[in-house]
Design a binder for this molecule. Structure first.
Ligand code: PPS
Length: 568
């Protein structure tokens, strides 16, 4: 199953063909199945196609421990990322070592058969500490590991049946075998890989050109498109941006290729992993960036890793790598000279200009101009299509408060006013209406309330994703669930939480539906504010007490707040 080629050494290929393939398909018919989640789909694609060479399956316990502790397999080979299959306890309990199971994609397509080796309870806190140097869940890799991964790890050898199918950008999807062959066909014997999960700007292009000239090499923008950092610009937009910059390079010297990678944002350790993966794809050079695979800021607002730590780690292991490490210079624009300079090229008194990814996003959402020294106008146009200014973005207005607080009346008033102003489609998801149409089978138990709010959040995020305004008006009494809805919406649009803070005495005095009286008489159990809690929102975008204002005034205040937030 292994094949050697000119570039980069031995490359694993776990797919089988012909009779062997038929046999695996037959086995799959009677095997127990595990449905792979999106992250596992990305990992398995790279395991099967050899991008994770020398791995031939999920790591056993000894290799796992060794990788976590030393960034090496038990035999000493450099490999920094633990790759095991995480499954639920119930599923793991049903398995015997040596059993063959089938791994399927979310539609049920057979991706691979796995002969289970070991199974063990993962110590995910320890893994987080060793891998990421922290257990702070502000780190996206830690957060995924501690809150979303499954508790039991499986090891075992894999046999590939069907490569995961992708419909987007097929022209840029070459596996390591195909990319090595492509380089050979083009006669490219020196190729630099540029890893990126962000749109590319002028400084990047200059940096790439400098390195190409220095190394006399071709270059591929080898972009990670799987799971990157939450909040990143989606890969559809990014790849369109890369297409816009290709003409800036001399014809036939630079290409785009896609790497379906589940990034862990593990900084230095991840940079090493990226280098080994690129070696497998047949690259001869790899650019390690400043703050490579950086996870953003920690809970105290500081960095998790030093900006040059990744470059230092990978360079220190150069002698064990079959790929040349190139450190990305940090370029800044010097206005007086009208050019980009490296730090050491700055003259005394010269200040270099630089716009960070976060600052760029801010310029885009504020609808401000992006300076031409920084980005190519055609790239900015592409970014604006995906990230319109705030007054064109989708919004979820989430009114929360006690029964009788005036949420529905206020939400209705705001909806009508927004329709009068025009510009976006508006949908109202009122508490009562949702309970009738979306959640008619649900009760008011904690689990069911959470489910109800999650459903509202899901529909609202779909509306916001498509540029509309979703107005929600449930009681939503629990902070954790409101937070979950906020993060779902904030992936795709703007979330505005409005706490309708009318005091319970007023709500109870209103008692329009007679529920408070029934609750006090014990005829309704678990009524919010009476014998079930309402957790007050701590930092809503707005708080309003409808007993202190006329409804017309309250509606105007909400509209004013939206204007203040530059949403209208
Ligand atoms: S939740 O907690 O967000 O799922 O509640 P929600 O779906 O918004 O509730 C909608 C209406 O149900 C009525 N109702 C109750 N509310 C709270 N607790 C209990 N036990 C209960 N039973 C029925 C209540 O009138 C809610 O409507 P509003 O418009 O808030 O008065």
């Amino acid at each position: 199953m292994n094949a050697s080629t000119a570039h980069g050494g031995t490359l694993v290929n776990l797919y089988v063909e012909g009779e062997a393939l038929q046999l695996e398909k037959e086995k799959a018919k009677s095997n127990v199945s595990w449905d792979l989640n999106p992250k596992q789909m990305l990992d398995i694609e790279l395991l099967l196609n050899g991008a994770f060479s020398p791995l031939t399956g999920y790591l056993g316990r000894a290799d796992y421990d060794s990788v976590v502790d030393t960034m090496r397999l038990a035999d000493g080979t450099l490999w920094p990322m633990p790759i095991a299959l995480d499954v639920t306890t119930e599923f793991a309990e049903s398995l015997e070592p040596g059993q063959c199971i089938t791994l399927r994609d979310p539609e049920g397509v057979v991706i691979a058969n796995l002969t289970v080796g070991e199974k063990w309870q993962a110590d995910r806190e320890r893994e987080a500490q060793q891998l990421f140097g922290t257990t702070d869940t502000a780190h996206p890799g830690v957060n995924y590991l501690l809150t979303s991964s499954n508790p039991v790890y499986l090891s075992g050898s894999l046999v590939g049946v069907t490569p995961p199918l992708h419909y987007d950008f097929q022209q840029y999807r070459r596996d390591p075998h195909a990319l090595r062959a492509h380089f050979a066909e083009l006669g490219w014997d020196k190729v630099i890989a540029f890893q990126t999960r962000n749109p590319v700007h002028k400084a990047h292009v200059i940096m790439m050109k400098r390195l190409m000239a220095k190394e006399q090499a071709n270059l591929v923008i080898h972009t990670a498109v799987g799971r990157t950092k939450p909040g990143d610009i989606d890969h559809f937009c990014r790849v369109r941006c890369y297409e816009k910059i290709l003409p800036k390079f001399p014809a036939g010297t630079c290409e785009i290729s896609i790497l379906p990678l589940a990034m862990r944002m593990a900084g230095p350790r991840e940079a090493l992993w990226h280098a080994i993966i690129r070696q497998n794809y047949g690259f001869t050079h790899f650019i390690v960036g400043r703050d490579h695979a950086g996870p953003g800021r920690n809970n105290m607002g500081g960095l998790f890793y030093g900006p040059t730590e990744a470059q230092e780690l990978v360079s220190s292991l150069q002698s064990e790598l079959n790929i040349q490490v190139l450190k990305a210079p940090f370029l800044r624009y010097v206005e007086g000279r009208g050019e980009f300079c490296e730090e050491h090229e700055l003259l005394s008194g010269e200040a270099g200009l630089y716009i960070s990814g976060a600052e760029l996003k801010q310029l885009l959402v504020d609808g401000e101009e992006v300076p031409e020294w920084f980005a190519f106008p055609e790239v900015v146009d592409e970014l604006r299509r995906t990230m319109p200014p705030r007054n064109k973005q989708g919004i979820t207005l989430f009114f929360t408060g006690l029964s009788g607080s005036g949420k529905s009346t206020l939400a209705n008033g705001v909806m009508v006013k927004l329709r009068e102003l025009g510009g976006r489609h508006v949908s109202l998801l009122d508490g009562d209406v949702v309970r009738k149409h979306l959640s008619s089978e649900l009760t008011f138990s904690k689990e069911h309330r959470d489910l109800n709010i999650q459903r509202i959040g899901y529909v609202a995020s779909e509306i916001s994703k498509n540029g509309g305004i979703a107005i929600c008006a449930p009681i939503a009494p629990y902070t954790k669930t409101r937070r979950a809805v906020r993060s779902m919406v904030e992936e795709v649009g703007v979330f505005v939480e409005i706490h309708v803070a009318t005091p319970i005495e007023v709500c109870e005095a209103r008692d329009r539906k007679g529920f408070y009286a029934m609750a006090r008489a014990g005829k309704i159990k678990g009524f919010t504010g009476v014998d079930d809690p309402y957790e007050t929102p701590e930092n809503p975008e707005m708080r309003i007490d409808t007993s202190q204002h006329t409804m017309t005034d309250a509606v105007s205040q909400v509209i004013e707040r939206l204007k203040e937030m530059k949403l209208l």
